[in-house]
Design a protein around this ligand. Structure first.
Ligand code: ZN
Length: 336
């Protein structure tokens, strides 16, 4: 769903006095999901007339990140984890009288980064909801959250603006588009398309890594905290961790891509799709690939995600997965 539609939907629930206690916003946790959570923090805490007015003291404090009733938890910089201590601090704050006598909003950025203890602490609160607190859990890896937490949240998949999946999603779509058989003599086409697609995917990942590195360097320069030079190994480990987060988001895009192809193959051109912006491209792929190819695509992406969570070499894993896809697309296309 596009962010504006999500805002409209959640807003309607609030206006009608039946908001979900917790929303799980699935998408890049610092992208649209974060913007949506901020929007509701401003709206619910605003004391002006036209909410969010953007001018009242509450709105200003939300914007500065200093509003006592808006809690925003992010993974700790060093460990990349949301610790139980962080969760408990927030829950303690939730227990206090609110600043303006209204509600409270709590956002967990990259909620899948909560450790087990933290997740259990949060779960207790989610199980005994207080009407005045609205939770937003932001993640691109919902499968990593405890099922008990998932079951307490209303889940919404948020589409990034423009090309879904951001700049890199668009590039990935181009690379994956090469998988559909071109109508060249089938055998050769499958292999050549596969290598072209694999090279394309690897190129996108390389660019992604560079952009993460540039972003990290930029952040480090802006950082006010005085930090002793952490050393090259630590910096590289942090960049790698950030890159893995982004890459997981991109794999999520890949999974959606094949799920959409599957939906279009099975239910026809009007089937609801996640990546609305890519409907034309996925429809074209669906014609070449068919349901069987798409299903294999979904499986291959899952397998690839699992492999990349280990120390398995990325390039080999990606090439393996994409060649398998090309083969599946070729077989499936040949049958069609
Ligand atoms: Zn305001």
């Amino acid at each position: 769903m596009k962010a504006e539609a999500v805002i409209e939907m959640i807003g309607r629930g609030i206006r009608e006095g039946r908001p979900a206690h917790a929303y799980l916003l699935v998408g890049p946790p610092r992208g649209e999901p974060a913007r949506i959570a901020d929007h509701f923090a401003r709206t619910l805490l605003c004391v002006g007339a036209d909410k969010p007015c953007g001018r009242c003291r509450s709105c200003e404090m939300v914007a500065r990140g200093t509003h006592p009733d808006y809690m925003r938890v992010e993974p700790e910089k060093k460990s990349r984890i949301i610790s139980v201590g962080q969760v408990r601090d927030v829950l303690r704050q939730l227990g206090m009288t609110s600043f303006v006598g209204g509600g409270k909003v709590c956002t967990l950025v990259a909620a899948d980064r909560m450790n087990k203890e933290g997740a259990n602490a949060l779960l207790k609160t989610l199980e005994e909801p207080t009407a005045s607190t609205l939770f937003f859990l932001l993640t691109d890896r919902p499968q990593r959250l405890l099922p008990t937490i998932l079951s307490r949240c209303q889940r919404v998949t948020v589409q990034e603006p423009g090309a879904s999946g951001g700049e890199f999603g668009g590039k990935l779509a181009v690379a994956l588009g090469r998988l559909a058989p071109s109508g060249e003599p089938a055998d050769a086409g499958g292999v050549i398309n596969g290598f072209a697609a694999a090279a394309g995917v690897l190129r996108v990942l390389k660019e992604l890594k560079q952009s993460v590195k540039d972003l990290y360097d930029g952040d480090a320069e802006e950082d006010d905290e005085v930090e002793v030079d952490p050393g090259k190994d630590v910096v590289n480990a942090r960049i790698e961790a950030l890159y893995r987060e982004e890459r997981a988001g991109l794999l999520g895009f890949m999974g959606d891509w094949f799920r959409d192809i599957l939906a279009l193959s099975v239910c026809g051109p009007d089937a609801p799709v996640v990546l609305e912006d890519f409907r034309e491209a996925t429809a074209a792929a669906a014609r070449g690939m068919g349901a069987a190819g798409a299903l294999e695509g979904v499986r291959a992406v899952e397998e690839l995600s699992a492999r990349l969570d280990t120390t398995f070499p990325e390039a080999v894993a990606v090439e393996d997965a994409v060649l398998k896809l090309a083969e599946a697309a070729r077989r499936s296309g040949a049958r069609a």
